[in-house]
Design a protein around this ligand. Structure first.
Ligand SMILES: Nc1ncnc2c1ncn2[C@@H]1O[C@H](COP(=O)(O)OP(=O)(O)OP(=O)(O)O)[C@@H](O)[C@H]1O
Length: 315
């Protein structure tokens, strides 16, 4: 992991803002004044907006703002927890980073490379930056009938030549060895040849993490990774995420529904209300009242405003 972090250190030659690099596409247009931080390793989101078209009760076409000006910074080596009421835009924020949500505006930087908006970087740079981001979900999306090892190897599909990756049995020996190391890191090397369906929910979540490692991701997005797990398995998964951040230098962000679990394991808590950041601080610096307020009826109120397109609703 350290190798690509090192290669992308802030100010590196060839990086935007680094010696020999350009001032960055945003700066070149003279519109954006991005802090140097966005060029450092990790994930940096600026002014993210996501809107979904839907229908009002009266049947009119409306745009619903799921994310409404969200900023997010997750440094390499840091575990950030995102908290907030149902529907406030947590999942959509993470999905935007990997291209699974319709981003209206905003910027996303991964390890100093800009991945959004698309037109600012080449297709090859986009591909490489996206390969560095892995996402794991509450409902683990592994192939249950295949072995644990095959599922972990599949994490490398994005970086393998097509011919070698089409058939699982062609996974090369060196990749299988790397996948075994990844499994070892999540404590499941001894289950490599079991079918995924034979593992418990918590173990499957750890396999998903191993697959992200095999992808050689440097940014790990975890969307409610513990929601389906019992307390012991939840703790195990959170400890694993913290280890990946602190010992291996990944930038890790986890959407969590349990504020106490977040306090216990995260370096920083980010609270969202109506599609944007409302709270941001180290667990010690954030009061329980402030966290509770994220879930109160007052902050959860839906706001409706008129736009030129129709009615706009903030989650
Ligand atoms: N594909 C979609 N089409 C239309 N609306 C969507 C879509 N995905 C999300 N939304 C809406 O966007 C808003 C934010 O959803 P999102 O899933 O990001 O919230 P969340 O904070 O992760 O919620 P939860 O805690 O319930 O998972 C919600 O109002 C949701 O209904």
């Amino acid at each position: 992991m350290a190798s690509h972090h090192g290669a992308l250190a802030p100010g590196s030659p060839g990086l935007p803002g680094g010696p020999g690099g350009s001032a960055g596409p945003g700066a070149a247009e003279g519109v954006l004044h991005l802090p140097d931080g966005v060029r450092s390793p990790g994930l940096h989101v600026r002014g993210l907006r996501v809107q979904f078209s839907t229908r009002s009760e009266a049947g009119d076409a409306v745009l619903r703002s799921a994310v409404d000006g969200m900023d997010l910074d997750v440094a390499a080596g840091e575990l950030v927890a995102i908290l907030g009421a149902n529907g406030c835009g947590k999942s959509t924020t993470l999905k935007s980073v990997i291209g699974l949500a319709p981003v209206t505006s905003g910027e996303v930087w991964v390890d100093g490379e800009q991945v959004l908006p698309h037109h600012r970087t080449s297709a090859a740079e986009q591909h490489e930056a996206r390969r560095r981001v892995a996402m794991i979900f509450q409902q683990v999306n592994l192939v249950r009938r295949r072995t644990v090892l095959d599922n972990v190897c599949a994490g490398a599909l994005g970086r393998l030549p097509l011919r070698r990756s089409l058939v699982a049995s062609l996974f090369p020996h060196d990749l299988r060895a790397e996948a075994m190391l990844c499994l070892d890191r999540v404590g499941l090397a001894d289950r490599a040849l079991d079918r995924v369906g034979q593992l418990s929910g918590g173990q499957q979540q750890r396999v998903a993490v191993a697959r992200a490692l095999c992808q050689r991701a440097s940014v790990l997005l975890a969307d409610e990774p513990t929601s389906a797990l019992d307390p012991a398995a939840s703790t195990q998964v959170m400890e694993l995420l913290a280890t990946l951040a602190h010992d291996e230098g990944l930038a890790v962000v986890a959407v969590l529904h349990d504020p106490e679990l977040a306090r216990e394991h995260a370096d920083r808590l980010v609270g969202m209300v109506a599609g944007r950041e409302r709270l941001n601080g180290a667990p010690d610096a954030v009061t329980r009242d402030a966290v509770e307020h994220l879930y109160s009826a007052e902050t959860a109120t839906v706001t409706v405003t008129r736009t030129t397109v129709g009615t706009r609703i903030s989650a």
